[in-house]
Design a protein around this ligand. Structure first.
Ligand SMILES: [Zn+2]
Length: 464
């Protein structure tokens, strides 16, 4: 048995991970009847959502439809997402909430079949937008689940983005999280990466006195902004077009002026910004907004950072160092990105994901998982950082191996460096693991078990 400090995740979606954990997994079912019986017997509160069905695997050899789902519930909305994510079956209650009746005519891409309750492509957004808001009991259930998953994975502190996952005012999220601590339902320490999409939302947050508010285990952290999309979706904003789409450079969520206005308003009030930026142009805009603000506010002791920074160039990394802008990165993204990077950016891939370079030049590099996008397991993340390989596609070569971390460096990024991103300066939480993390072969990392997790000396998880 080996003892070490527990892990800190510097960017994930705590509430989101709990929510996703409650989606009903349908991929293992081989008949529609089984699904109806199994889901009916589960406990449900305000809505029933399943995902992963595939009619090819059903003995009935047909799609799920509204008549099936009406048998599960006529009072609660039921949505069952096909494995591809582009087709849903919904029940009558869900159609009613989405205001879809037999006369409904849909003009966009995809289709709505009122008779079968089968909906495809863009039309599925009409359903997503009509989901009922989760109740307070639902939110607590998700938070408890996320807490359980973190502790099981040896994570005791997180910086988390929770304000935008549901259409709920941020103050309600703050209240319910605080209630969970008061009732000792959760123990993982959360620093909120306050996702406030608009200038007005940020202004309200500031005017109401929430900046850097500290409730104890729950703290208000930086402003979280999204400046571009993703590489997979070709929405990350690049300086030059995508290799596999020569007319496309991705999107910017905010113009430079819009982004600067928000960063600067926060900065003036002593609130940091952590900005999601993947493409090199998005990173340029984000860094410049921060720098221009710092030139005015003259703050020296700040925790501004870029989240992801996958396509940061050498020049940008140098600028980040100069202005003390950190990088919150996700080595584990290689799991899915390793397959698409070359087709998206061609030769530019050799100058991407330069995570070790960032560490070497002295940026405060923090490791995170962005879960539920990827697994929250720190050992899988460290595996990716050290091996630069994809766990799901082990036959593929390591991705630009010169950017690999040593295990000790990875631990430094996961624990010491992340303290800054959870606005903490001491860390005494511990875990017991099944073997030394300094493994001989990197693949052994994936076999290590977390046996026990302690917060401030108190055992909060024990493997049974
Ligand atoms: Zn995220």
């Amino acid at each position: 048995m080996y003892k070490m400090k527990s892990f800190i995740d510097s960017h994930l979606h705590f509430l989101g991970m709990g929510y996703v954990a409650y989606l009903i997994e349908l991929k293992h079912y081989h008949s529609i009847d089984e699904i109806i019986q199994a889901v009916k017997s589960m406990n449900h509160q305000s809505m029933i959502i399943g995902r992963g069905w595939n009619q090819e695997h059903f003995k009935e050899k047909r799609m799920l439809n509204k008549q099936d789902l009406n048998q599960i519930s006529s009072e609660l909305p039921v949505v069952m997402i096909r494995t591809c994510g582009h087709v849903l079956a919904v029940n009558d209650k869900m159609l009613e909430l989405a205001k879809i009746d037999e006369h409904f005519s849909y003009q966009g891409t995809g289709s709505i079949d009122y008779q079968t309750g089968i909906i495809s492509e863009d039309a599925i957004n009409l359903i997503y937008e009509s989901y009922p808001s989760p109740s307070k009991a639902d939110l607590k259930k998700y938070l408890i689940k996320a807490n359980e998953i973190c502790l099981k994975n040896g994570i005791t502190k997180v910086a988390s983005d929770d304000f935008q996952i549901f259409p709920i005012p941020f103050e309600e999220i703050i209240n319910v999280i605080n209630e969970c601590y008061e009732e000792d339902l959760i123990q993982v320490q959360i620093t909120e990466q306050a996702n406030l999409r608009t200038y007005d939302m940020l202004k309200t947050f500031i005017d109401k006195g929430y900046v850097n508010k500290n409730y104890g285990s729950y703290k208000m952290g930086p402003l979280k902004l999204l400046s571009d999309g993703s590489l997979g979706g070709r929405t990350a904003r690049l300086k030059h077009p995508y290799n596999d789409d020569s007319t496309n450079r991705g999107i910017l969520t905010y113009s430079f002026d819009e982004l600067f206005k928000m960063v600067h308003l926060a900065d003036q009030h002593g609130m940091d910004s952590v900005i999601h930026a993947i493409g090199d142009e998005a990173i340029d805009v984000a860094i410049q907004a921060i720098i221009d603000s710092l030139k005015i506010t003259q703050r020296t002791n700040h925790n501004h950072a870029i989240i992801h920074a996958q396509l940061a160039t050498h020049e940008q990394i140098k600028l980040m160092k100069e202005w003390n802008i950190g990088a919150i990165i996700q080595p584990v993204f290689l799991n899915s990105d390793i397959e698409i990077v070359a087709s998206r950016i061609g030769q530019r891939k050799y100058e991407s994901y330069m995570f070790h370079t960032m560490h070497q030049v002295g940026l405060n590099v923090g490791f995170s998982t962005d879960t539920p996008i990827e697994s929250v397991n720190p050992l899988e993340n460290i595996y990716a950082a050290v091996s630069r390989k994809s766990q799901s596609r082990p036959e593929l070569n390591a991705f630009v191996l010169k950017e690999a971390f040593t295990i000790d460096e990875a631990i430094q990024c996961y624990i010491n460096n992340n303290l800054k991103y959870v606005y903490d300066n001491a860390h005494d939480d511990e875990i017991l693991i099944s073997s030394d993390i300094h493994v001989n072969h990197v693949s052994e990392l994936l076999k290590i078990d977390i046996l026990e997790t302690k917060i401030k000396g108190k055992t909060v998880y024990k493997k049974t």
